[in-house]
Design a binder for this molecule. Sequence first.
Ligand SMILES: *[C@@H]1O[C@H](CO)[C@@H](O)[C@H](O)[C@H]1NC(C)=O
Ligand SMILES: *[C@@H]1O[C@H](CO)[C@@H](O)[C@H](O)[C@H]1NC(C)=O
Ligand SMILES: *[C@@H]1O[C@H](CO)[C@@H](O)[C@H](O)[C@H]1NC(C)=O
Ligand SMILES: *[C@@H]1O[C@H](CO)[C@@H](O)[C@H](O)[C@H]1NC(C)=O
Ligand SMILES: *[C@@H]1O[C@H](CO)[C@@H](O)[C@H](O)[C@H]1NC(C)=O
Ligand SMILES: *[C@@H]1O[C@H](CO)[C@@H](O)[C@H](O)[C@H]1NC(C)=O
Ligand SMILES: *[C@@H]1O[C@H](CO)[C@@H](O)[C@H](O)[C@H]1NC(C)=O
Ligand SMILES: *[C@@H]1O[C@H](CO)[C@@H](O)[C@H](O)[C@H]1NC(C)=O
Ligand SMILES: *[C@@H]1O[C@H](CO)[C@@H](O)[C@H](O)[C@H]1NC(C)=O
Ligand SMILES: *[C@@H]1O[C@H](CO)[C@@H](O)[C@H](O)[C@H]1NC(C)=O
Length: 486
Amino acid sequence: MPPNLRLIFFFFINLSALSFSPASAVGFNWGTAASNPLPPVKVVDLLNSNNITKIKLLDPNPLVLQALSGSNVQVTIGIPNLMLKILNSSRKAAESWVHDNVTRYLSGATGGVRIEYIAVGDEPFLQTYGDQYYPYVMGAVANIQGAIAKVNLESRIKVVVPCSYDAFLSESGLPSKGHFRPELNKTMIQLLTFLTTHRSPFFATISPYLSLRQNKNISLDFTLFKETARPHNDSRRTYKNTFELSYDTLVAALSKIGFSMVDIVVAQIGWPTDGAWNANSSTAETFMKGLMDFIHSRSGTPLRPRRPPLETYILSILDEDQRNISTGPFERHWGVFTFDGQAKYHLNFGQGTKSLVNAQNVEYLSPKWCVLNNNKDLSNASASALEACSVADCTALVPGASCSDIVWPGNISYAFNSYYQQNDQRADSCDFGGLALITTVDPSNSNCRFPVQIRTSNSHSLDASSLLKTISLSALFWLYQLVYLQ
Ligand SMILES: *[C@@H]1O[C@H](CO)[C@@H](O)[C@H](O)[C@H]1NC(C)=O
Ligand SMILES: *[C@@H]1O[C@H](CO)[C@@H](O)[C@H](O)[C@H]1NC(C)=O
Ligand SMILES: *[C@@H]1O[C@H](CO)[C@@H](O)[C@H](O)[C@H]1NC(C)=O
Ligand SMILES: *[C@@H]1O[C@H](CO)[C@@H](O)[C@H](O)[C@H]1NC(C)=O
Ligand SMILES: *[C@@H]1O[C@H](CO)[C@@H](O)[C@H](O)[C@H]1NC(C)=O
Ligand SMILES: *[C@@H]1O[C@H](CO)[C@@H](O)[C@H](O)[C@H]1NC(C)=O
Ligand SMILES: *[C@@H]1O[C@H](CO)[C@@H](O)[C@H](O)[C@H]1NC(C)=O
Ligand SMILES: *[C@@H]1O[C@H](CO)[C@@H](O)[C@H](O)[C@H]1NC(C)=O
Ligand SMILES: *[C@@H]1O[C@H](CO)[C@@H](O)[C@H](O)[C@H]1NC(C)=O
Ligand SMILES: *[C@@H]1O[C@H](CO)[C@@H](O)[C@H](O)[C@H]1NC(C)=O
């Protein structure tokens, strides 16, 4: 190609990159750490009725993948961290992982699952993991990529690694000084070399909510995209919100190791609605609106003008009452929908001004609650509640949370009920040494909801009539799949 023609060609490419930048897609994380999960078929129904076309899964849950089969939803499948070691050391293990958890789902009577990415590890670079996982990441990536290539899927499925929010930082708070944690340097360079070779994006969690909790310099208004928040300056660049600040810290970290151009996918971003101060539906709605306005404006950030993230995955679709709360009780309240698929607030992620559509025909356990019997000697009640809370979900009771106003002994009832519901309302789960009783009067108040859990196939699995019901329900499940997802 003659030089001047090449110039024009280049110009055209750049121009088209600027003016036809594709719509930045929005998807959702779908986790299954729930005691009584909304049935996957109902969740897929929820995705369809809300035009959600992208989903990121933490593991290849067979029921979830079966439910997604035949739908138009594009899927990212995660590989759990515990698999990384074996996948690093054995190509054979990677091949059978891909065969069992990917290839098997690509086709089928209902059309298969549209698998787009395989995410190696679940934030294996999290600082709290130390060197438990990250040394195995690149070996696992290479073996999974090899396994994908062997079955000729490399043009269809991309291999990525979800990077945690704490893998990159800037001590001064200035985005331009962003860098990866020093011990990750080598792995990051290898990962980015791999990603650019395969034209794959960099997956990263951006967590304005955690930045707000951890950094005194950051205000709530600045994190909630409020126009009135005082901007942060980085020489001549002005930052109007925490999201852009964090995003450009990542951009700078990538540039520092020589990969300033790689596409970024925001793999997790959200705002919890309970379990902490500042975590409620109103702050979550404000944050999400700010984030969506940022994405839809396509204006990008100071270090990446006009290049918003390629894709953004909201954390999360539903609340999960069994999520690990080592980071904080709010971890169980990331859902845009409640555990039973009811929208918590208004959100427009690109589907126009329509309101979110709730899950339909959710099957609940009976309208019964387990509460403290106030006529008993309550001296041991607190100990029983603590015991219940060690397995059940009491995150709504902590300071700042929705049920924190309930004083003793009402909070004991909350704990007993949570345990009872998680155990599918089995009579023996509402005993607590005779301190508890079952009631049909809803103890909820306007702020604090005592939930009735979802009926699952485990519920009442001990008696024969409900076993029959379970069998016919699963028959319905398949019929539903065949007819509806056709
Ligand atoms: C990963 O696997 C390779 C090949 O078996 C091995 O040489 C290497 O030591 C493994 N990495 C770690 C951190 O164990
Ligand atoms: C499929 O994935 C699950 C979850 O990672 C894992 O437990 C299982 O062993 C995998 N199958 C194979 C054959 O590796
Ligand atoms: C907080 O702000 C002060 C003053 O602007 C600055 O010196 C410090 O490095 C900042 N810290 C963080 C973590 O951003
Ligand atoms: C990490 O990589 C960057 C760029 O190559 C380099 O400047 C920096 O010194 C490295 N840090 C460590 C701890 O290796
Ligand atoms: C940031 O820069 C803007 C305009 O350049 C200026 O008006 C503002 O006072 C600066 N803010 C701080 C905190 O320095
Ligand atoms: C939600 O949190 C914000 C910020 O902490 C607070 O100002 C507001 O009153 C809370 N809203 C409700 C309904 O609790
Ligand atoms: C929760 O996470 C912490 C920190 O990663 C870990 O030490 C702990 O074992 C986890 N708990 C459960 C029940 O998985
Ligand atoms: C979903 O998308 C279709 C086609 O773009 C549109 O007709 C429909 O109204 C959308 N539904 C919702 C709930 O946004
Ligand atoms: C409270 O628990 C202790 C230790 O298990 C037991 O000895 C005591 O009898 C209990 N008190 C009541 C009122 O149940
Ligand atoms: C219930 O509230 C009391 C104070 O009113 C507190 O000491 C206790 O730890 C709470 N129990 C639970 C399970 O939250």
